[in-house]
Ligand binder design. Structure first.
Ligand SMILES: [Zn+2]
Ligand SMILES: [Zn+2]
Length: 97
């Protein structure tokens, strides 16, 4: 890298960019434009978002595409490695379909 890598000034406020879908626990790529989040950053894959009718089952809020962090910013502003998974959620919402 040409410039010295520095954390973004708002790094403390940045999205976690969680590594998995909270519902089905599949791994989500950081650059996958089909991943969606709610305002609390509950994070869902496209399949689960469709099954959830784009409403977050945790908070009732809407789901929007997760922004993609530019690759050059990831080293200094790394994504979360903390997996958030709600056991049983998948079965619950599948049963509602
Ligand atoms: Zn999923
Ligand atoms: Zn939510």
């Amino acid at each position: 890298m040409a410039a010295r890598s520095r954390a973004h000034p708002y790094a403390r406020l940045m999205l976690e960019l969680r590594p998995n879908c909270e519902c089905c626990d599949r791994d989500l790529a950081l650059d996958d434009p089909t991943v969606v989040i709610c305002s609390f950053e509950c994070t869902w894959c496209a399949d689960c978002a469709a099954a959830l009718a784009s409403i977050c089952p945790n908070c009732g809020g809407g789901l929007v595409p997760r922004p993609i962090r530019p690759a050059g910013k990831l080293a200094a502003n790394p994504p979360s490695s903390r997996r958030v998974f709600t056991a049983g959620l998948h079965e619950r919402h599948l049963a509602l379909r």
